[in-house]
Design a protein. Structure first.
Lengths: 560, 338
């Protein structure tokens, strides 16, 4: 293990070969095999005959709508993210750091929670609508929060933080002396932005676009609740499945996967054509704020307005969880606040079960993704194994596969015992859920730990071994501390995504594996909006705690 | 610190894997958490050796699940779905034969000829309206009132693709047109006109109630639920029974084929369909019993007072064509007038 850059499989240590076997087993069993079953099932569409005509028209319009929605979402999120990254980088705001972390809150809100929150805020009896009608005295506002507008607003709300996060950290790395040079050579601000700054942002912008486009293609909750009669791929998959037409559902899933893949490849191509590296000797001069950069009133106003918008849905949810059940129809501003909904939820003897389930499954998903993802990126980046690119590609594949599709393919594949289901029918067991979460989130860990390994300077490793440290010791004391922050932040995202996961859970859960999201959904189904809001708030607080803890531990491991 | 973390993880893992020796009965049901919890608790009190485990889902989701799990059945009892869905499940061979002790006390329309499923509740559908803006007189009274131009964009409809109830109402319109005109065309034309008047297809019942209480005028929904919403949550809802006759759904119960605990399942089956349970379900959960041997004075007033005529429909025809018709509606009518 002390020797690096051995290109040969036979020179890998036994441990490495074992890790490789685990990775290949995972890829074959839980990514390729389910996809194969899905494609096989989807081909039955062509043999069903009489209905193919209407299938094509449904498929056509839903592909069009989904792609359009994802493009609009990506564009809107990009502009919003860029705007605020710019403000927070170049302007000095009081409490800047605190405000910045508020802007990132939507990332931590599970889609089900934020969609429900918007519902309570903006539907016909929504909090904001009530406030406006009360203040203005208008009987009813001619505004309906539904359809395209509603979905796009929710999507941008949930996804713009990815752009903010990526662009903000890229801006930090830009050498400010180049910008100054550009100015002093007479370039305008706009020209400097397009010629100097933007090219350096391309890698982060494409990265964020990829995440947002795919997340929006795969988004299910907002289209389901606000879509009405507009067809989207995810909702059509669901309704075909419910309608008993499983081959149509599979075919639409295959289409969705192909579109995401196509986008993935296009972006990769674009990035490879436009990658731009700056060469700087010595330290990078970062932007130093001066008196000019003090934020004006207008900037402050914009930021605070936006922060209010970010917080409103969550506040609406909190408000709803504090008023008595069923008072939605009455004038709820006169109702006294009470913790009744929370007591009711806590009194349920099975209250803890969904929480324990969700946390347990998310934890297992994190462990699986770390084992497979970190060893894969270790072998790819440090051991430079042959076929590394293929492994990376296959592990990133699930990015483009929505939760509904993963669940559907798992049900088809593991209904009967086989090697990958551990020779039992896996459908209906506990394990199928964390496995599905792990597959869906594998790209996150793989990419984040790959970034960690790639950023690591091999000369440090050489230094360590030439100083007499064993391979294992070098790995533990030199490589690991360097990689841990990236792995941890990836693991945090996996945990957040899994703990509130709804889309695949709703197809896979059973009595003993109910999760928090299932509980929220069934409360909503029974019109217990107060209890649903209470569950939503508890889930939200839980996620915020996890974010806080993992941020602390990332900071700690960095200082180490 | 790290070690305690690992121990904690291990402990939570093990915690979930423990199991006991009780006989498990898995129930799939759309009847809702409250009603299911009530009967689970009551039943387990007299049968401590049986563990009732219910999953609360829509009836359409239930048949989808049971069909998906056919090779590896996970459910024992299926409590609740429109009879048409049970008819389809019977054809797909998903149900076990069982003749309950009260088999003779339900109408022939409300049970399977080969004892695969039996009716538990009758659910008349009504035209529900917003009481704040309309009265019984000014609201739509007959089916055909709903498609008059004056109600353009004023009708809210629960998205029928995911709602067993709505699917049956829609299909009943088509079946009625087959009966009266001999073809499906008039029925689809009626649905097309309804689509023109529809403001939105609500994703779930809550959405629908909120819209109906807001700007929309009327909807099609079942009577017990409308009364429940009105009584429990003060929604401003009123309703009309179409005089020409209304669609009356039978809601049923069946044992899932491949059940591992047939004896325990039958116990629970009989328990929830006993006279006493049905009266409680009527009082507390607004369900109208299908059994005819329950004395009228034991039932709540709103059931005794309900006066409606039921539409004579060919349920076999509806059950056989439901998926086909709904697919056609979905691809050719839904949202086309927008």
């Amino acid at each position: 293990m002390s020797k690096i850059n051995k290109n040969n499989l036979f020179k890998l240590s036994k441990l490495n070969i074992f890790l490789l076997a685990v990775i290949i087993f995972f890829i074959t069993g839980y990514i390729l095999y389910p996809l194969y079953s899905l494609v096989k099932d989807s081909l039955a569409v062509f043999s069903s005959g009489n209905q193919t005509g209407s299938f094509y028209s449904i498929a056509g319009s839903s592909v069009l709508n989904s792609v359009l929605l994802s493009l609009i979402t990506a564009a809107g999120s990009f502009l919003t993210g860029l705007f605020f990254a710019y403000i927070f980088h170049f302007k000095k705001l009081p409490f800047g750091n605190f405000l910045y972390s508020i802007l990132l809150i939507p990332i931590a809100a599970p889609p089900l929670v934020s969609t429900v929150a918007f519902l309570f805020l903006l539907n016909e009896n929504g909090l904001l609508i009530k406030i406006i009608t009360m203040l203005t005295g208008i009987e009813s506002i001619p505004f309906k929060f539904e359809g395209w507008t509603a979905i796009i607003i929710i999507h941008i709300y949930s996804f713009y933080p990815f752009f903010l996060l990526f662009i903000y950290s890229a801006l930090k790395k830009i050498d400010f002396s180049i910008i100054e040079a550009s100015y002093s050579l007479g370039a305008s601000k706009i020209r400097t932005f397009f010629k100097i700054i933007f090219p350096q942002l391309i890698p982060s912008v494409t990265g964020a676009s990829l995440i947002v486009f795919m997340a929006s293609m795969a988004s299910f909750t907002a289209p389901l609740i606000f879509g009405g009669s507009i067809r989207f791929l995810t909702t059509e998959i669901y309704s075909s499945k419910i309608n008993g037409d499983s081959s149509a559902a599979s075919m639409l899933s295959v289409l969705l996967t192909l579109i995401s893949l196509l986008f993935f490849l296009m972006l990769r191509y674009y990035r490879s054509r436009n990658s731009f590296e700056t060469r700087t000797k010595g330290t990078v001069k970062s932007f130093v704020s001066d008196s000019n950069s003090k934020a004006g009133i207008l900037t402050n106003l914009t930021v605070y307005t936006f922060i209010t918008i970010i917080l409103l849905p969550i506040l609406a949810l909190g408000f709803l969880s504090l008023i008595p059940e069923g008072s939605l129809m009455r004038n709820y501003f006169t109702e006294p606040f009470s913790l009744e909904n929370y007591f009711k939820v806590f009194k349920d003897p099975k209250f803890f079960e969904p929480f324990v389930n969700s946390i347990k499954m998310a934890a297992i998903a994190v462990i699986i993704t770390i084992i497979v993802g970190v060893s894969a990126s270790f072998l790819i980046s440090r051991k430079k194994i042959r076929g590394g690119k293929i492994i990376e590609g296959l592990l990133s594949l699930p990015y483009g596969i929505p939760g509904t599709v993963i669940a559907l393919s798992f049900i088809i594949s593991f209904n009967t015992p086989n090697l990958f289901s551990g020779f039992i029918p896996l459908t209906g067991t506990f394990w199928i859920l964390p496995l599905a979460y792990a597959v869906r989130n594998m790209p996150i860990i793989t990419q984040s730990s790959l970034a960690g390994f790639n950023a690591f300077d091999p000369s440090l490793e050489e230094a360590s071994s030439s100083l007499g440290a064993s391979g294992y010791r070098t790995f533990r004391k030199v490589i690991l501390p360097f990689v841990i922050p990236s792995v941890l932040s990836g693991a945090m995202l996996v945990f957040i995504n899994s703990v509130g996961e709804f889309v695949s859970t709703i197809l896979l859960y059973t009595y003993s594996t109910k999760t928090i999201s299932v509980e929220i959904y069934s409360q909503l189904r029974l019109y217990n909006t107060g209890a649903a809001a209470a569950y939503g708030i508890i889930l939200f607080i839980m996620v915020m705690i996890v974010v806080y803890i993992s941020r602390k531990s990332v900071d700690k491991s960095v200082s180490f | 610190m790290k070690k305690t973390l690992y121990l904690f993880l291990l402990a939570t893992l093990l915690y979930g894997c423990s199991s006991d020796n009780k006989k498990k009965v898995v129930v799939y049901s759309p009847h809702g958490k409250e009603m299911l919890t009530e009967f689970e608790t009551q039943f387990e009190a007299i049968h401590p050796d049986i563990d009732i485990q219910w999953l609360d889902m829509g009836s359409q989701e239930i048949i989808d699940r049971i069909r998906t799990e056919k090779e590896n059945p996970l459910a024992d009892l299926w409590w609740g779905a429109p009879a048409t869905i049970f008819m389809r499940a019977e054809k797909l061979d998903l149900l076990e034969t069982y003749k309950p002790t009260w088999a003779e006390n339900v109408g022939t329309d409300s049970k399977s000829k080969s004892d695969k499923w039996y009716g538990t509740f009758l659910t008349p559908q009504v035209i529900a309206f917003n009481e704040k803006t309309l009265t019984k007189e000014s609201a739509p009274k007959e089916w055909d009132d709903l498609i008059k131009p004056e109600w353009k964009d004023k009708i809210v409809i629960r998205n029928p693709m995911a709602s067993g109830t709505m699917r049956v109402i829609f299909c009943a319109m088509i079946a009625n047109s087959v009966k009266t005109t001999g073809s499906e065309a008039a029925g689809f034309e009626w649905l097309r006109k309804l689509d023109e008047n529809t403001s939105v297809y609500a994703a779930d019942p809550t959405q629908m109630y909120i819209k109906l209480a807001g700007n929309d005028a009327a909807t099609l929904w079942n009577m017990p639920d409308i009364i429940l919403q009105k009584n429990l949550y003060q929604y401003p809802f009123g309703y009309n029974f179409p005089e020409a006759g209304t669609v009356v759904l039978t809601d049923g119960i069946a044992i899932v084929k491949g059940t591992k605990n047939p004896e325990a399942v039958k116990e629970f089956y009989e328990f929830v369909t006993s006279q006493q349970s049905l009266i409680l379900q009527a009082e507390k959960f607004y369900r109208i019993p299908a059994r005819s041997d329950i004395p009228k004075d034991k039932l709540p007033e709103w059931i005794a007072d309900a006066n409606y005529k039921s539409m004579d429909l060919d349920w076999e025809l509806i059950s056989d064509n439901e998926n086909e018709w709904m697919k056609k509606w979905d691809s050719e009518i839904k949202g086309k007038s927008k």
